[in-house]
Write a protein that binds this ligand. Sequence first.
Ligand code: MG
Length: 203
Amino acid sequence: MRIGVDIDNVLSNFNEVLLNDYLNHDKSLRNNGIVNKDVYIRKMFDWPEEYEKEYYKNNIERLAVFFEPIKDCSKYIKLLRKEGNKIYIISGRDNGEYSDPYNMTINWLKKYDIEYDELILTNAYNHQEKADICLKNNIDIMIDDSTNVCSKCTDNNIKSLLFDTEYNKKENRFERVNSWEEIYKYINNHEQEKINVILDTDT
Ligand SMILES: [Mg+2]
């Protein structure tokens, strides 16, 4: 099976690092803390929109150094590859926010011993691009925390699994996974179903 895997909030703890930094930075501003907790981190604070955009753009590369892997992703990706699956890491980091997104990402994956067969970077602000990459590479299943990406994949008949985060809980259109252990089990069950279908048609 060809498995598409997003990086931020699927392999990396992006949201955790971003929220900690925003909480800290807010203290140096008006220190009003979180004023809107039902929205994404970037809109939780009372910072002017333009200020937040500039702050994000100027700091995301600094913060990326602190990203750590999601629990057990390295272990289960190794198992999935050992069992014959191909891992396509597809991340929206090629969007002008990082000076050298490819090398930054390759080094991070190496540092945390995360194996893969292909690494493809897209523009995070173009959700259709990930679906197009999936189609081009015959991806059987895409794992992403973005509801927009899951939606575009589904529109293009690509099975998607929504990786659970604080910020996508209201979404109920997609199958949801909470951990890499769950992803591993899901894919193995799915493989088993495929094998059963083949056996059925044979007999
Ligand atoms: Mg993501």
